[in-house]
Design a protein around this ligand. Structure first.
Ligand code: ATP
Ligand code: MG
Length: 422
C-alpha cells in the first residue's frame, strides 16, 4: 500500500517529535480495497496545541473533538488527537472505518474491519443500538457506505437501523441533507433511496415520497408504481445534484393529484404544479440553498413541458422560466423520465425542443423584456403616460419579437407603436 508522499511527510514530522501518528478511517479502508482515497485523515498522540507548534499552517476545524487541519502545499489534512488509540477507534462508526495504518504500511485492526472488508460487510463498531442512538446520522451513513462500496449490511446492523429509524428525525437537517446528497450523487442513487425506504428512514426524511410507494398509476404509459418509476428515473439521470433532486421529487404530487376517468384510466392533472410546491416545502425543510430550491422546483414544474408541443415562442418562454443554465438538466430529466416509463420510448419531442433551444440560444434571439430594443422609459419619452398601459404595450412587443426576432430594432418597434396608436 502506497501512502502518498505528502501524507508521509506529515506522519514523519509527528513521529520525529516522538508522537504516535497514523492514517485512519476511509483512506485506510480505500487503500486496502485498492481504491484511490480522496483525502487522508491522520490521528496522533500529539495534542492540538502540540500539532500547531510543529506545522506552519494549522486551521482549527473541530477543536472540541481535537481535530485541526494541517495545510501543506495547499493540501489539507485533518489531524485528530487521541489519548488512547483503541478508544479513538472504538468511537468510529463502522468497523471498515476503524482501521489505522502506520508509516511502514502496517494495519492495526481492533474490531475486525479487515475481515469485514474482505466479506464486504458494513457493521457498527460496537452494539448497533448504542451506536445509532449516539448519532442517528450513522443510520444514513450505513446506507451510503453500503451503496458506495457495494457492501451489504451486517444482520445486526440492519436490524439496528430498522429499529431506530425514527431517530433520524432528531438529527440536524443540514447533516441529513448532506448525507442525502451523497446518496443521490453515488453511482446507485436508486438503490440508496430504496434502502432508505426499506429500512424505514425515508418516511422520516421525506414522508411525501414514502406516500408514493406502491401507488399504482393505472395508466398504459406506466408499468411501475410511482416510487419504482421515481427510482428508475433517478438511475437514468446524470450525476449532478439538481437533476438528481428533481428526479427524486418530479412525481411527488402524483398521489395527491390522482383521478380516474370513466374508462378507469389514471390521471394526475397538475401534478407538476402541485409537485413544484411540495418540492419547495421538502427542500426548505431540508435546508437546501435558495439557488438549489429555485432550480429544482422549476425543473419539477417544467418536467411535463415535453407534452406541450411548444411553438418557438413557447420554447423561448420556457428558457426564460427555467433559465438557460438549467436547460440541460431539464432535458436530461425528461429523457430519464421517458426511459423510466413504459415503452415505446419516444424521445422525439425532447430532442426537438433541445435542438430548437440550442439554436435559439446560439443565435442570441431575444427571450424577455430586457432583451427588447426599447424599454418602458422610451415609451414614456414618446409621450405615453406612465402606468399599467406601458407594461401591456411592452408585453405586446415582446410577444411579437418572440415570434419575429428580426423586428427587434429600436426603429421598427417605435414604428409599430406609432402605427398602433395613430
Ligand atoms: P469518504 O470516503 O466518504 O470520505 P470516510 O470514511 O472518510 O468516507 P468521512 O465522513 O470522511 O468518511 O469520515 C472520516 C472518518 O471519521 C470515518 O471513516 C469514520 O471513522 C469517522 N466518522 C465520521 N463520521 C462519523 C460519525 N458520524 N460517527 C462515527 N464516526 C464517524
Ligand atoms: Mg473522508
Amino acid at each position: 500500500m502506497d501512502i502518498t508522499e505528502q501524507a508521509k511527510t506529515i506522519l514523519q514530522r509527528l513521529l520525529a517529535r516522538g508522537y504516535e501518528a497514523y492514517l485512519v478511517g476511509g483512506c485506510v479502508r480505500d487503500m486496502i480495497m485498492g481504491r484511490a482515497p480522496h483525502d487522508h485523515d491522520i490521528i496522533t498522540s500529539a495534542s492540538p496545541a502540540q500539532v500547531k507548534r510543529i506545522f506552519d499552517k494549522v486551521i482549527p476545524v473541530g477543536e472540541k473533538h481535537g481535530t485541526v487541519a494541517v495545510v501543506e502545499n495547499k493540501v489539507s489534512f485533518e489531524v485528530t488527537s487521541f489519548n488512547s488509540l483503541e478508544q479513538d477507534l472504538s468511537r468510529r462508526d463502522f468497523t471498515v472505518n476503524s482501521l489505522v495504518l502506520d508509516i511502514d504500511g502496517k494495519v492495526y485492526d481492533f474490531f475486525g474491519g479487515k475481515d469485514d472488508i474482505r466479506n464486504r460487510v458494513i457493521r457498527t463498531t460496537g452494539k448497533p443500538q448504542r451506536r445509532f442512538r449516539e448519532d442517528p446520522l450513522r443510520l444514513m451513513r450505513a446506507v451510503r457506505f453500503a451503496i458506495d462500496l457495494d457492501f451489504s449490511l451486517h444482520t445486526g446492523t440492519k436490524a439496528g437501523i430498522i429499529e431506530n429509524c425514527h431517530l433520524i428525525k432528531d438529527t440536524a437537517a443540514e447533516r441529513v441533507r448532506d448525507e442525502l446528497c451523497k446518496i443521490l450523487l453515488s453511482s446507485s442513487p436508486g438503490l440508496g433511496i430504496r434502502m432508505l425506504q426499506e429500512y424505514g428512514l425515508l418516511r422520516h426524511i421525506i414522508p411525501e415520497l414514502a406516500e408514493c410507494v406502491g401507488f399504482r398509476q393505472r395508466s398504459r404509459h406506466h408499468n411501475k408504481d410511482v416510487f419504482e418509476h421515481t427510482l428508475a428515473v433517478l438511475d437514468n439521470t446524470p450525476g449532478t445534484l439538481n437533476v438528481r433532486l428533481a428526479a427524486l421529487l418530479h412525481d411527488v404530487a402524483k398521489p395527491a393529484t390522482f383521478s380516474l376517468d370513466e374508462k378507469d384510466e389514471g390521471h394526475f392533472f397538475n401534478h407538476n404544479i402541485v409537485g413544484e410546491q411540495m418540492a419547495r416545502v421538502i427542500l426548505n425543510r431540508l435546508k437546501f440553498s435558495k439557488d438549489t430550491i429555485a432550480a429544482v422546483t422549476s425543473l419539477v414544474k417544467e418536467h411535463t413541458s415535453r407534452y406541450a408541443r411548444l411553438s418557438t415562442s413557447g420554447i423561448k418562454r420556457l428558457i426564460r422560466r427555467v433559465g438557460a443554465e438549467n436547460l440541460d438538466d431539464l432535458f436530461a430529466l425528461q429523457l430519464a423520465d421517458i426511459k423510466g416509463s413504459a415503452a415505446p420510448s419516444n424521445t422525439g419531442a425532447v430532442d426537438r425542443m433541445r435542438e430548437e433551444a440550442a439554436s435559439i440560444l446560439a443565435s442570441k434571439e431575444p427571450l424577455g423584456v430586457k432583451d427588447l430594443a426599447i424599454s418602458g422609459r422610451d415609451l414614456i419619452d414618446m409621450g405615453f403616460p406612465p402606468g399599467p398601459e406601458i407594461g401591456k404595450m411592452i408585453k405586446g412587443l415582446l410577444e411579437l419579437v418572440l415570434e419575429n426576432p428580426e423586428q427587434n430594432t429600436r426603429e421598427k418597434l417605435i414604428n409599430i407603436i406609432k402605427e398602433k396608436n395613430k
